[in-house]
Design a protein around this ligand. Structure first.
Ligand SMILES: [Zn+2]
Length: 301
């Protein structure tokens, strides 16, 4: 049986308010446990609108993927015309429910937009301050430290890798790639396992212009070619307008895969036995800008 680790990114206030409870219901009905990574700080989604006017590819993606439908108009204005609401501290009960129902809870940055735009290039000190803010919020609400960190927007650089290695984390899932590895960025060599997202996301496939029926085909074809796949879903997408699609996808995959929590897979890995791979910036079909990816040539140790 093939392992499929389910990684749920929660980027926004609306995602935690509406998307997470819907996903929890969907997973509970199927007896599936997943890993949730939450942006612990303010929802500044409106600032991402800056990218509308500054990056050509983003406008194209917005129009094709119907981002306002996915994220809602209010979310599109948070941090600009509307004040940025706090994400995690607005819904502590939802976070505690997630853990109580057997899911893993990790961190998806503090301010998603800030991390997405700057973390790959910031020095360690600045990223560490952002990670510390997220960690103290997590600990204040949950009373424990998280094991996993997932970088917003798959943005990972020398400074962020160094900052994450200092934290309490036991693994990260911050890049795109093929299989678990130990990441190297610039002069920083990570000691923790990195479990990259191996599959395209729904918003990327929509960004490529695929319809819903084609999404099923893409996932059913792609899943099972590797011993371990990591699928990233979004509370705002698969917990929003694509909730029905996601439920049906889980049902279709149920007899082909074993659903896993990312942290459980990470615990079975021995970091020293993993290949060391450079983290490189690359593009993904259907996604604007670049994301951090596992280099396909293992680095010399
Ligand atoms: Zn995200």
């Amino acid at each position: 049986m093939i392992d499929l680790a389910l990684k749920v990114d929660v980027d926004t206030y609306q995602g935690l308010r509406d998307g997470v409870p819907r996903l929890l219901d969907c997973l509970a009905r199927r007896g599936v446990a997943a890993s949730f990574y939450v942006s612990m700080g303010p929802d500044n989604s409106g600032k991402a609108i800056r990218r509308l006017v500054t990056r050509k590819g983003f406008l194209k993606k917005m129009l094709r993927s119907n981002a306002v439908r996915l994220y809602g108009l209010r979310t599109a204005l948070y941090g600009t015309l509307l004040p940025a609401p706090a994400i995690a501290s607005s819904f502590p009960e939802t976070l505690r429910r997630t853990v109580a129902e057997g899911h893993e809870l990790g961190i998806h940055g503090h301010d998603h937009v800030y991390w997405h735009d700057y973390a790959a290039t910031l020095p360690e000190r600045d990223v560490a301050a952002e990670v510390d803010r997220a960690l103290s919020e997590f600990q204040r609400i949950l009373g424990v430290a998280p094991e996993g960190f997932a970088a917003p927007g798959w943005q990972c650089g020398e400074g962020s890798l160094a900052a994450l290695e200092r934290g309490p984390f036991r693994y990260h899932s911050s890049t795109r790639g093929e299989s678990p590895y130990r990441p190297r960025a610039g002069r920083v060599q990570g000691r923790l396992p990195e479990l990259p997202t191996t599959l395209p996301t729904v918003d990327e496939l929509l960004g490529e212009g695929l319809g819903e029926e084609r999404l099923f085909e893409v996932y059913c074809d792609a899943i099972g070619k590797r011993p371990l796949d990591v699928l990233t879903v979004h509370a705002e997408v698969e917990g929003g307008p694509y909730a029905d699609f996601f439920s049906r996808l889980l049902d279709r995959l149920a007899d082909r895969v074993r659903f896993r929590r990312v942290g459980d897979v990470a615990r079975e890995l021995t970091a020293d036995e993993l290949p060391v791979c450079d983290v490189i910036q690359d593009t993904r079909p259907g996604r604007a800008g670049t994301v951090s990816c596992q280099s396909q040539t293992p680095a010399a140790r």
